[in-house]
Ligand binder design. Structure first.
Ligand code: SF4
Length: 331
């Protein structure tokens, strides 16, 4: 195990909104697997965050948490290299969230761009809740709790990190210097389209789960949206508007050029193109699913990893919370 004291700390979380899909894998988890070798990484299953939008659908939450934990471990997170835990196992997160909410102006939260866009995206859902508005404060608590040096983010998450910095500065100004101001670790992830061409997302029902068996992957890929102008095989294609081609760019870079050429010259049919991609995905997922099967046989092992992770996380979180409470004059 690498000496964590010498490594910069990284913090990131993922919501348990069902089994992880290819978009999660490519957009976050594969990056985490790389980061764990270089940084002192704390990764958590953000079950409290899930409640900010899915507060009325908690029947399957426990199972979702378990499946996400299995997915993360199968995808390559190594508990010897990083700390993996469940957010709600540490009441410290909720407590620091409450303390930070005392100093966070409501106007700061109302102007976070994702606040309005998410409300528009999740139509039919009442998101006029205190918890949803306070989502970025909880996120700030998650990050500041571990005095993280870096937070891996995509472009759309930058305003959240900026808000975390503002909250940290405000706290340090009112009381005393407790929280270092975290930096973003901006990574450009490819945005993987879902089977219907929109961004892959559980809420759109267009995902390919990393645990989907080969036949399910084949079925989903065969139903994917391609170039709408290509009715017959003889029609020349436009790969740049095809979702399947996007997958070649991510999962089979070496074939990307040939696929585009053959598609444009109508030398490649969509059916065979999709079959080939389904096989590429199945091969890509095979080692992950192999590890998954092993972990499914030993649920006790997964629980023990999360319990150990919570214990290790608490050593840092408990200390920070004490410091924050002392600074605020509570103890
Ligand atoms: S041949 Fe392949 S890249 Fe071209 S439109 Fe069909 S599925 Fe897309």
């Amino acid at each position: 195990m690498t000496n964590d004291k010498l490594r910069k700390r990284v913090l990131s979380g993922i919501q348990p909104t069902g089994r992880l899909h290819l978009g999660n894998l490519i957009g976050a988890v594969e990056n985490w697997v790389k980061l764990q070798d270089k940084y002192d990484c704390h990764f958590f299953i953000a079950d409290l965050h899930a409640l900010t939008t899915a507060y009325d659908e908690t029947k399957g939450l426990k199972e979702d948490i378990k499946q996400v934990a299995i997915d993360l471990l199968s995808a390559g997170l190594d508990p010897k290299q990083c700390v993996i835990f469940k957010q709600s196992d540490l009441t410290e997160h909720s407590e620091l969230h409450l303390l930070l909410s005392m100093i966070t102006p409501v106007a700061w939260l109302e102007r976070v761009p994702t606040y309005k866009s998410k409300i528009e995206e999740l139509t039919g859902k009442d998101l006029g809740t205190y918890g949803f508005l306070g989502y970025p404060v909880l996120q700030a608590a998650d990050i500041l709790m571990y005095k993280a040096d870096f937070v891996p983010v995509g472009q759309d998450q930058l305003p959240h990190i900026e808000l975390t910095r503002e909250i940290a500065r405000r706290f340090n100004y009112f009381y005393r210097e407790v929280f270092p101001v975290p930096k973003d670790l901006l990574t450009e992830f490819p945005v993987l389209p879902g089977t219907d061409g929109r961004k892959m997302s559980k809420s759109y029902g267009n995902t390919i789960a990393i645990s989907d068996p080969e036949e399910v992957v084949r079925k989903k890929v065969s139903a994917m949206v391609t170039d709408p102008a290509r009715i017959k095989k003889e029609d020349k294609g436009h790969p740049e508007v095809c979702s399947v081609y996007e997958y070649y760019k991510v999962f089979a870079k070496s074939e990307e050029g040939a696929v585009a050429r053959e598609c444009r010259e109508a030398r490649r049919g969509c059916v065979e193109c999709k079959k080939q991609m389904a096989k590429i995905l199945a091969d890509y997922l095979a080692p992950i699913q192999e590890r998954r099967k092993e972990l499914e046989k030993h649920p006790g092992k997964v629980n023990a990893i999360l319990a150990d992770g919570a214990e290790r996380a608490r050593q840092v979180a408990g200390k920070t919370l004490q410091e924050a409470k002392q600074a605020m004059g509570l103890i």
